[in-house]
Structure formats: C-alpha cells, structure tokens
Write a protein that binds this ligand. Sequence first.
Ligand SMILES: NC(=O)c1ccc[n+]([C@@H]2O[C@H](COP(=O)([O-])OP(=O)(O)OC[C@H]3O[C@@H](n4cnc5c(N)ncnc54)[C@H](OP(=O)(O)O)[C@@H]3O)[C@@H](O)[C@H]2O)c1
Length: 319
Amino acid sequence: MKAKNCLIFGGSGQIGRNLIRKLTKNNYRVTVVTRNIHQKSYIIKTQANVGYIDIAEANIFDENKIRELFKKADICINLIGILFEKKSGDFKIIHTDLPDLLSQIAKKNKIQKFIHLSSLGIENALDSDYAKSKLEGEKKIKNNFEKFVILKPSIVYSVDDKFTTRFMTLLSRLPIMPLYYNGNTKFNPIHVSDLVDIILNTVENKNNNLVVECIGPEILTFKEIIEKILISIQKKRFLIPVPIQIASLTAKLLQLLPNPLLTEDQLKLLKYDNVSTGLYKTNFDFGFNTKKNFDEEINKYSYNWKIGGQFAIKDNIKK
Ligand SMILES: NC(=O)c1ccc[n+]([C@@H]2O[C@H](COP(=O)([O-])OP(=O)(O)OC[C@H]3O[C@@H](n4cnc5c(N)ncnc54)[C@H](OP(=O)(O)O)[C@@H]3O)[C@@H](O)[C@H]2O)c1
C-alpha cells in the first residue's frame, strides 16, 4: 500500500518548503514539525493545499510529543540541520543526538522508512565539528533502524537558498571577494528541484538501507561559482586569494556575529572538495540524471541583483 503520511522535521527550510510542495502535489499528506508555529506557520502553510498539511509545534527533544506524532506517520523525513553553532555542542545535539532519537522512535513505531538528509564530502573532513557530527548521526541511524535512506547532497541552490542569493548580495555590495584556498575547492551543486525529485522517488520506492550521494551534473570550483554569479548579476569584482592565517583571523571575528558569514569550522570544511567520494552510489547510479545547469538556473533569479532588474540590458557589465 502507498505510504500516505509523511512526518517532516525541519520543513520550514529551503529543502523542506520545496519538498512539501512536491509531496502534497503528489497526493501525500504531510505533518510538518516546527519549533515556532507563530513564526514559521505562514511559510509552511502556504506550501500546500488545505487538507494536505498539518503543522505541529514541538521542542525537538520533547520525546512524548514526538512519539505521539510518529503514531500517524508512514514515513519520517529529517531535514533539521545547522551551519554554525550558537554554543559549543549544538552540532552534536542537532546532527547526532536528534537523528539518533528519531531513528529509534521510527523503529519502535515500525514506520516504512526514515529518510535523513546528511551532507556530501564529510568523510575526510574530520577536523570539522560539523562533519564529525553529521557522520556520527549517520552511524547512529544505521545502527538503530534498518529501514533508513541517508541522502548526502552537495550544495543545494535555488532562488530561496542561503548560498547563491547570499553571494549575489555580497558581490553586489563588496568591491572585492576573498578566495579561501585560492577558490580551488570543488563542488557538485544540485538544484533544489532535482533534490526534491530524488526525495520523492525515495518516498515512493521500496529501497531501504541505502546511502546516496546527491549531486548535480557539473563540478565547479568555488572560484568558478563566484565568476558565474558575477556574470549573471552583471558585475565585475576583484577576486583576491587570502592566506589561510588571515582567513582564520577573519573567521574568528565573523563567527562572533549572530548569523556569521564564515566560521572557523566552515573554513576547515572548505579545505575539502564537496564532490562524489566514490564511497556510495550517487543519484546517477539510480538513473536520476540531474540535468539542471547552474548558469541557466541562477539566471532565472539573478535579475533581482542586476541594475535595471528584469529589464537589465543584456551584457551590460557594471563595476
Ligand atoms: N541547503 C544545502 O545546501 C544543504 C547541503 C547539504 C546538506 N544539507 C542538509 O539538508 C538538510 C536541510 O537543509 P536546509 O538547507 O533546508 O536547512 P535549513 O533551511 O538551514 O534548516 C531546516 C530547518 O531546521 C530547523 N532548525 C534549524 N535550527 C534548528 C535548531 N537549532 N533546533 C531545531 N531545529 C532547527 C528549522 O526549522 P524550524 O525553525 O521550523 O523549527 C529550519 O527551517 C539539513 O540537514 C542540511 O544540513 C543542506
């Protein structure tokens, strides 16, 4: 029988919002768990038609409430993740302890599948607390519940991301752009619509006990990504390689901000390529040939950052 009820943790984020639309259009009912229904419900509620979506407010460690929510679930999807710690130990709580708890409850409730979003290219980055906590979370899930699928995306981009849009803003405002590690770190960016297609497919098929690296069709270095964004927003900027000592110092200062652009841990992570590792199958091995091209996709929304907006003159590069 087709699984109908999807319990989603972290559904108010970039991937979650796109996933709710995809699942509900395909006749799945979703229950989205958020920490703050007053702040997030307008974002979540508007992603689906009435009748297809429920919103539950819960502290992620309120075990009783979460156990209750699992009673109606056929499938659970965990999208909760953070990029920086507000206090030491947050990575472990969010990326290790939470998936540990959810996969235990999933097992107890004999649900059909536990889908967890981890990250690509973390296996070698063991000097990063982010990477260690995500890897540890994967291990816990594998030990707890055999009906798991762990998806490991590279950078996920779209008009509602915190990556390309953030760089479009920064590049519009700053005269120079620092390049860490000479901008040589490689990425395999995947468009959010391709990723949610992969998640929908995971929900629909019976495969379990699986780890899949989710990648787009192109490998791009950080410098190439920045150059493509600059072309797309019609700006010229100096790209300046920054020695690692200066980068570390900058990260030390920036991470004091409430929503830092760069932290020391992210700087460590940037040392490692974010591309398919060869350790697991990728979406291409399952016939999911992601085709969305980075230039074409960012051009669809970069006009927000161009002088003249959507009526900007083509090839009009401004300093
Ligand atoms: N986006 C990417 O480029 C990318 C790349 C690789 C891996 N991933 C992984 O994919 C998953 C989803 O990514 P995303 O970009 O959609 O995530 P996101 O937008 O950054 O966050 C997802 C949701 O997590 C919840 N959350 C955030 N901090 C929390 C905290 N301290 N305690 C409890 N809940 C918290 C929030 O939901 P509420 O505020 O509603 O509670 C938030 O909307 C994450 O695990 C991420 O690590 C993403």
